[in-house]
Design a binder for this molecule. Structure first.
Ligand code: C2E
Ligand code: MG
Ligand code: MG
Length: 639
């Protein structure tokens, strides 16, 4: 049986007539129509294929363009990344800090060159992937770590897990100091930076040192002193004391003014060294500024330990300083407070020691005093006096009294000594021993001295021509470069001949003498002015001061004269002085002669002149005249 195509089968069925025959024409028409439809379908298919090919072609071109663009962008990005990497490497290896970077597994990602240099490592020793413990072991071998690598990592890893930032200072075996900062990163890794802060530390230490030390002497300054006191006082054991010795160099200001600040500085340095050499290493010597020093003596069980130290300091400071061709003597006054008795706070201890220092100075300098509670009141009184003293000259509150000096041979008045009196408007007459040290201290002694010499010369010019005038000069006046001109002017203004003037100076005026001081004294002597050594025997270098200048007169201090009757060493001393003075062609005046017996003794011991209440107390100018009457001169009873 023939199998026909389904379509043809359908066409045959359509072309079959009712009688079952095939209408060939109808069949032909059906087949032709089928061919025509088929042709149409093919044409349609061909058209859509052509369209698709076209579209595909376009798509392809678009994709190619896209790929090209993406590739170019990627290349650019790659180049950018490369450049960035180069920059990153440069930055990493040129930073001043050493750096390590670890991943979340605590494995090394990066170590910069600075890290390798800083800790003497090579790159091969710590390749990427190394653990911190390994790196620290390598450092230990290189001598740049002296901790325990394991215990450090055991501490670090849990801390980082808690996202803690860790900072620490690390001292290297070679003395360098590192500041280390360890910070966790968001991805679980961490970064550690190390900065060498040795120089900064040194600078900070230097600044801290400078803030606590005196630049001139290198001694602790008041800041450090307070700190030490703050620590030392509470640390005192039962029954133990601490002493604050407040020192002040006597007459330093005058030395500084006459010899210059450079010399003053050198003197302070030498004094600081000397002080340091006297005290124990555990005791503090500080400079408070100017010529003030403080010594803190610790571990005291008996007060004698402090007395001994104070004596040692006074004694050592008295030894002459040889500086730049000058020999200078500086004395020191010391005020002492004791902790805990006189206070516990540094301020109280220093204040009370300072009060005691004032006392020591007021009582003649070159000595020491322990603080006593009523000193404070006395110091306030002294302070008030100082304020009033500033106005005394302009307010005309000064007055001169005169005391005669008489020849022991015939009791003739040879001279009258001008003695200054201050008539205080409230307190009445104040003696010079009280206010002259204050005037020296507050810097007005030169002005007062100038007034004294002017007034005294003007008074004396009216006295009998054989009566001289004696005027006292403070050591500060003696060192004043204007000394000669002040005296010459007073003589010229008053018309008093130079030969009728005697100036009285004490040993302390020669303690700090300079060539200029001696030259001024020689100049005055050459003009005819007499130069007397006053209060002889009260200093500690009496004989050496006699050697430094050819005095016309020695006035033996009244302490020798007044102890004469008790028959102590004074007899031998006065006799020796009188003998020495005679051989040197000087007059010897015995001061403070109050009794006839004393007068006879000093005459017998060889003194040539005397002064004292026996003849007359110091008296106002107008009461002097009876002394000049011939008969009074003989009897010595003018009072
Ligand atoms: P000085 O120069 O040694 O004067 C003698 C002092 O002894 C005077 O004290 C006088 O009153 C006192 N005196 C005299 N005879 C006797 C006596 O027989 N017994 C006793 N107990 N004392 C006697 P004054 O006036 O109080 O002066 C004290 C010191 O003050 C003077 O000692 C002198 O160093 C100083 N001074 C006085 N006037 C001046 C002055 O104008 N300038 C300076 N820089 N110092 C002066
Ligand atoms: Mg005198
Ligand atoms: Mg005297």
């Amino acid at each position: 049986m023939i199998t026909v195509h389904k379509l043809f089968g359908r066409q045959l069925a359509q072309a079959r007539a009712a009688d079952g025959t095939i209408d060939l024409d109808a069949l032909g028409a059906l087949v032709s129509q089928a061919y025509a439809e088929s042709d149409e379908d093919r044409r349609r298919t061909d058209r859509s294929i052509a369209l698709m090919v076209d579209e595909l072609d376009q798509l392809n071109r678009h994709l190619e363009r896209l790929v090209e663009e993406r590739t170019a962008a990627l290349r650019a990005r790659e180049a950018e990344l490369k450049a960035q990497n180069v920059r990153f490497d440069a930055a990493l290896n040129n930073m001043t800090q050493a750096l390590l970077m670890f991943d979340a597994e605590h494995r090394l990602l990066i170590a910069n060159n600075r890290y390798l240099d800083m800790y003497k490592l090579t790159r091969d020793q710590i390749p990427p992937g190394s653990t911190l413990e390994h790196i620290l072991e390598c450092r230990r071998a290189a001598g740049t770590y002296f901790g325990d690598p394991k215990s450090f990592t055991d501490y670090l890893i849990p801390a980082l897990a808690e996202r803690k930032v860790i900072t620490r200072f690390s001292e290297l075996p070679d003395g360098r100091t590192m500041f280390i900062l360890i910070q966790p990163l968001p991805d679980g890794g961490w970064i550690s930076t190390h900065q060498d802060i040795t120089e900064r530390r040194r600078a900070e230490q230097q600044i801290a040192y400078m803030a606590q030390h005196d630049f001139l002497t290198n001694l602790p300054n008041r800041v450090l002193l307070r700190e030490r006191l703050e620590q030392a006082v509470p640390a005192l054991c039962e029954g133990e004391q601490l002493a604050v010795l407040y020192l002040d160099l006597d007459h330093f200001k005058t030395i500084n003014d006459t010899l210059g600040h450079h010399f003053g500085d050198e003197l302070l340095k030498a004094a600081a060294l000397r002080l340091r050499s006297i005290v124990k290493a555990c005791d503090t010597v500080a400079r408070m500024g100017g010529d003030e020093f403080v010594v803190v003596q610790t571990g005291i069980r008996r007060m004698q330990q402090t007395t001994a130290l104070a004596q040692r300091i006074c004694e050592a400071m008295r030894q002459p300083f040889d500086l730049e061709g000058h020999t200078v003597v500086v004395e020191v006054s010391i005020g002492i407070s004791l902790a805990p008795g006189d206070g516990q706070a540094p301020n109280d201890l220093l204040k009370n020691a300072d009060i005691a220092l004032y006392r020591a100075k007021a009582e003649g300098r070159s000595t020491f005093r322990f603080f006593e509670p009523d000193m404070d009141t006395r110091m306030k009184a002294r302070h008030e006096l100082a304020i009033a003293l500033r106005h005394a000259l302009t307010e005309g509150q000064f007055e001169l009294h005169y005391q005669p000096l008489v020849a022991l041979s015939d009791q003739r008045v040879t001279a009258c000594e001008a003695l200054l009196r201050w008539n205080h408007p409230v307190r009445g007459q104040i003696p010079p021993d009280t206010f002259i040290p204050i005037a020296e201290e507050i810097g007005i002694i030169a002005a007062i001295g100038e007034w004294v010499i002017g007034k005294a010369c003007a008074d004396a010019v009216r006295w009998p021509h054989d009566v001289k005038l004696a005027v006292n000069l403070s050591p500060i006046q003696v060192m004043n470069p204007n000394l000669v001109s002040v005296i010459v002017r007073a003589l010229a203004v008053s018309g008093l001949p130079a030969t009728r003037l005697e100036i009285e100076i004490t040993e302390s005026a020669l303690l700090h003498h300079t060539d200029a001081t001696l030259a001024a004294l020689h100049r005055l002597r050459s003009l005819g002015v007499g130069i007397s050594m006053d209060d002889f025997g009260t200093g500690y270098s009496s004989l050496s001061s006699l050697r430094s200048f050819p005095f016309n007169k020695i006035k033996i201090d009244r302490c020798f004269v007044q102890s004469l009757v008790d028959g102590d060493d004074s007899v031998a001393i006065i006799e020796a002085i009188a003998g020495l003075a005679k051989s040197l062609g000087m007059i010897t005046t015995a001061e403070g002669v109050e009794t006839l017996e004393q007068m006879n003794r000093v005459r017998a011991l060889g003194c040539t002149e005397m002064q004292g209440y026996l003849i007359s107390r110091p008296r106002p100018l107008n009461d002097l005249w009876p002394l000049f009457a011939t008969e009074c001169r003989r009897t010595g009873t003018a009072d």
